[in-house]
Design a protein around this ligand. Structure first.
Ligand SMILES: [Zn+2]
Length: 128
């Protein structure tokens, strides 16, 4: 993952001060190449305050996090961003207990995100 490449923790903290900052960042990436509605393929939509989009034709709503790594993360997108930042910028592998320690989250809440990351990075390795 190159999304945090070249950033240090201070820059990261300044850039992502709130969940809204994370959602805005994610929405800009997610809809960078296409504005199409997933249901009806219409290209016009309303952008909401939380950066979700509502299709002008079928009213389908899609959040910035849906169909992404951060979909249904239960502990807040900012913490999830921080965990991904830690994992993607660390030069050594991180233990689950270290991630638990820095995030303040119980292990069971980290499992889903860690499984998604593991799957994602395995795919990236295969592509390379
Ligand atoms: Zn639609």
């Amino acid at each position: 993952m190159n999304i945090f490449k070249g950033q240090n923790l201070l820059e990261f903290s300044d850039r992502f001060k709130s969940g809204q900052d994370c959602k805005e960042y994610l929405a800009n990436i997610k809809w960078k190449d296409t504005d199409e509605c997933r249901k009806c393929v219409h290209k016009k939509s309303q952008i909401r305050k939380d950066f979700s989009r509502t299709c002008n034709i079928c009213s389908h709503q899609e959040s910035a996090t849906s169909n992404t790594l951060f979909h249904k993360v239960k502990f807040g997108i900012r913490k999830a961003f921080f965990i991904v930042f830690e994992m993607s910028t660390s030069t050594k592998s991180l233990s689950a207990s270290y991630v638990q320690y820095v995030s303040g989250l119980p292990k069971r809440q980290l499992v889903c995100l860690c499984l998604k990351l593991e799957k994602l990075w395995k795919v990236a390795v295969i592509i390379l």
